[in-house]
Design a protein around this ligand. Structure first.
Ligand code: PLP
Length: 851
């Protein structure tokens, strides 16, 4: 039959346990195993069938099962305890959350977080990879810390694809319909009591999106869906899939996300004080905020000053495909009625986000985001560096190191990723309440040795057994589907050997991640994998974007290897990598392998999950590992340097990887005492836990975001609202004046150009600036110096010069004494930048004049 409507009918719930429904509608259960157990223990087989989704589970459950549970005292005890914890969590005392004790005066403010994907749980496929997992973890931690936080995104009816690998190793993508009646989300209700539906203009039409609300602990996520009645069939498909379709689909989705997302918050009566753009997909939100202010009477330039002060943009990748850019044709088509509403001409509008690509000028979403937010950051120290270099062209004249892009290194939500056996172990040997100390380095430092080697090894071995069983189950499912016979299926029994050294490699199959690097020298790999005394196995998993042919070819290669006579049972590929599989892998393999082309891995987080569970990483010094590696908590592949030839880089990196495996990892792992405990190995495991669990936790990360960006933004916003934008209006006027005057600026310097100085002596430098219309206090004149390296100087110091007087010819004189505090060869120069107390960043205008 053709489906007209679909309704989920729940069984009658016995009154004694009727809050099982309510609990199902808050994904708090996704990081509380005892809450999940309330469902799974009722019918473990059904639990597996419904992908561990309690809402779906309850709709399928036999009423008798619930009746029995309502009579079972052991069950009721667990139920009462979970409900007590849940109630306590949802309604904490003000003194009980980090945010309300640290910033008590700001608890009534709101931080809005926009992201195209949210990875919360395997049953909700609205994520594709690391970006989504990070957003999901961010929301969970924001909830734990008590941040006044809301998320905005999409509830994609088909989500991201399910991966099936066929007999030839070809990845096939299928999209399963996500039935919203089985999702733990409910229609969002506005202040007027009605369901919230918003609309945006697309070429020649208006399209509507319904807003759903999904609770992540205390944090609401508002997720939009365009598959609703007034929309034409094509538009109903618009939000069907994550990262599906062509550029028109992409720009339409981003219009709904950014512009529609702002409208959704307004319709809900939410007025955020800080806005976080998680990746450039959401950058149109800044245009919409400007449009609102222009409609309220501000000029575009004034509006831009206002919205910049309280918005943060996080860039997540230096890979070009991850930075959307649209052709001007497309922008004409989609925004020709919009720029007028901003009071801008077409040229002015295009100029905001202009980026010159090899294929011509384009409208870059990363550029747009950088230009319309006051704060920007990358996701690891190295990625901050790479981003400053990559986007330096937007701040011409500034040295790379001064480009105003900061960094906060990614982390993981501890309780979403800790395996139950390790959680129990930490409770027993670290502290029953160890979760309170997640980001407290001193706690880990002083407690880690309390864990006996054999206990850690035992817990880890249980995870290996769990992974071995999971692997058999998954391989059998896959090959049953492919029509294999019983004999072949039996081959998968015990395929993963829990006593072997198991290497794990699971990630998106983007080519820069070089999944096949370890196959570069097959002879050497063969020797590594074929020592009967020291068995080694490698488990691979990961999806390639459906349009990424080279990525898919890598999967095909690995799959074929895993089926070859030679590597069968040594190389294993598991299809359909998702959060559930990730939990098995990051806790059940022995070494977490990562070998991207440096420096393309902005951060990576799967290795952090592995370390939390006691797995040392063996990784290129890229992303987070460049900070995490300390020589004792894992291994560093290759060298910390840049190559211009990727072949040479691959050759060096693969040799380094083989060498580490042969000389360090394998011998250490197999040096076991008479009880089979490898003590030297245990020191790697403990060191991985000690160093990574606190430092790369989501708790550390969300606190960093809050202290560094959210709170200063909220405070700034309070001022702005109090002075009714006056300060920003003045700033906009001032910027216009400075921009006009800048070309007339002349700079003369009088100082030694060459010579020697003894340490302790100083050098007098004078500068004169002549400029129309500007006062000395509109300018900051700096002496910049640093060590010379070959022909360049790295500016490490920027000292403000003292304004002395106005000369007769109208120029301003500035003086300074340069007194270097170290010996060596230094170079200096003088420069002028505009200066105003309201600037968010002293370099934000991108105007600079060097002598
Ligand atoms: C953690 C995670 C990722 C991101 O990890 P990377 O190290 O960036 O690859 C991707 N997919 C899933 C399912 C994950 O759990």
């Amino acid at each position: 039959m053709k489906v007209y409507g679909r309704i989920t009918v729940f069984p009658i719930m016995p009154a004694r346990i009727n809050r099982l429904y309510e609990l199902a509608y808050n994904v708090w259960w996704s990081w509380h195993p005892e809450a999940r157990a309330l469902y799974s223990s009722l019918d473990p087989a059904l639990w597996e069938q419904v992908s561990h989704n309690p809402v779906h589970f309850l709709s399928q459950l036999q009423p008798q099962t619930l009746e029995r549970a309502a009579q079972d005292s052991e069950y009721l005890e667990r139920y009462d305890s979970v409900i007590r914890d849940f109630d306590h969590y949802i309604h904490p005392q003000p003194s009980e959350t980090w945010f309300s004790t640290t910033y008590p005066e700001l608890t009534n403010k709101t931080i809005a977080y926009f992201s195209a994907e949210f990875g919360l749980h395997e049953s909700l496929p609205i994520y594709s990879g690391g970006l989504g997992i990070l957003s999901g973890d961010h929301c969970k931690e924001a909830s734990d810390l008590g941040l006044p936080f809301v998320g905005v995104g999409f509830l994609y009816p088909q989500g991201y694809f399910t991966q099936q690998v066929n007999r030839s190793g070809i990845q096939e993508a299928s999209y399963d319909k996500l039935h919203f009646s089985e999702v733990p989300a409910v229609p969002a209700i506005g202040p007027d009591g009605n369901e919230v539906v918003i609309s945006v203009e697309l070429p020649g039409r208006r399209i509507y999106a319904k807003v759903w609300k999904l609770m992540v602990g205390r944090v609401p996520l508002y997720l939009m869906d365009t598959d609703i009645q007034p929309n034409a069939p094509a538009d109903r498909e618009l939000s069907a899939r994550l990262y599906g379709g062509d550029n028109e689909m992409r720009i339409s989705q981003e219009i709904v996300l950014g512009i529609g997302g702002v409208r959704a918050l307004r319709a809900l009566g939410i007025n955020p004080s800080a806005w976080h753009l998680n990746e450039g997909h959401a950058a149109f939100l800044s245009l919409e905020r400007c449009r609102e202010l222009v409609a309220a009477g501000l000029s575009f330039n004034e509006a831009r000053e206002v919205i910049k002060t309280n918005s943060l943009f996080t860039t997540h990748t230096p890979v070009p495909a991850g930075n959307d850019a649209f052709s001007f044709d497309l922008i004409d088509k989609y925004f020709n009625t919009y720029w007028g509403q901003l009071g801008l001409s077409r040229e002015q509008f295009l100029d905001i986000a202009r980026e010159d690509k090899s294929w011509g000028p384009s409208f870059g979403m990363t550029v747009l985001a950088l230009k319309l937010t006051g704060h920007h950051n990358g996701v690891s120290a190295l990625h901050g560096d790479v981003s400053r270099k990559m986007w330096q062209f937007l701040w011409p004249g500034l040295d790379k190191s001064e480009v105003p892009i900061g960094s906060i290194t990614n982390g993981i939500h501890t309780f979403s990723w800790i395996a139950p056996e390790l959680n129990e172990l930490y409770g027993r040997f670290l502290d029953p309440d160890w979760g309170k100390y997640v980001d407290d380095q001193a706690f880990w430092d002083s407690h880690i040795q309390n864990i006996p080697d054999r206990e850690l090894w035992k817990a880890h071995h249980q995870r290996k057994l769990a992974l071995a069983e999971y692997t058999t189950r998954r391989l059998q499912q896959q090959h049953l589907r492919l029509g294999e016979g019983d004999r072949q299926l039996a081959e998968f029994e015990g395929m993963l050997n829990p006593n072997a050294l198991i290497l794990g490699f699971a990630r998106r199959f983007a080519t820069y991640k070089r999944a096949t690097l370890i196959f570069r020298n097959l002879d050497r790999l063969r020797r590594i994998l074929n020592d009967p005394e020291r068995p080694v196995q490698i488990v691979f998993a990961g999806k390639a974007h459906p349009a990424d042919e080279p990525g898919k070819a890598l999967i095909e290669y690995i799959y074929k290897m895993s089926r070859s006579e030679e590597f069968k049972g040594k190389i294993i590929f598991l299809e359909n990598y998702d959060i559930d599989m990730a939990r098995y892998l990051v806790s059940g393999t022995d070494v977490w392998l990562n070998n991207p082309i440096r420096p393309y891995e902005a951060s990576g987080t799967s290795g952090q999950k592995a370390a939390l569970n006691g797995q040392p990483n063996c990784s290129i010094l890229d992303g987070w590992w460049a900070e995490g590696y300390n020589g004792k908590n894992g291994w560093a592949i290759g060298e910390e340097r840049d190559y211009h030839d990727q072949e040479a880089q691959a050759e060096d990196d693969s040799n380094s990887l083989y060498q580490i495996l042969e000389n360090e990892i394998i011998p250490t792992f197999f040096e076991q005492d008479s009880n089979g405990v490898p003590h030297q190995w245990m020191s790697y495991m403990k060191e991985a836990i000690r160093t990574c669990a606190p430092q790369f936790s989501m708790r550390r990360m969300v606190k960093d975001y809050t202290n560094t960006y959210y709170v200063p933004e909220i405070r700034h916003n309070i001022q702005i609202e109090e002075n009714h934008y006056e300060q920003e209006r003045q700033l906009a006027d001032w910027k216009e004046r400075v921009s006009r005057a800048w070309s007339s600026l002349e700079l003369y310097v009088d100082g030694r150009r060459e010579g020697q100085l003894s340490l302790g002596e100083s050098l007098d430098v004078h500068a004169w600036v002549r400029v129309n219309e500007l006062d000395p206090n509109d300018l900051r004149v700096e002496l910049v110096y640093g060590e010379t390296q070959e022909e360049v100087a790295i500016p490490t110091h920027a000292l403000p010069m003292q304004y002395v007087k106005s000369e007769n010819d109208g120029s301003y004189r500035y003086d300074i004494q340069l007194k270097p505090d170290e010996s060596g060869s230094i170079a200096y120069n003088i420069r002028v930048i505009p200066s105003h107390p309201s600037l968010t960043d002293k370099y934000e205008m991108g105007l600079i004049r060097w002598a």
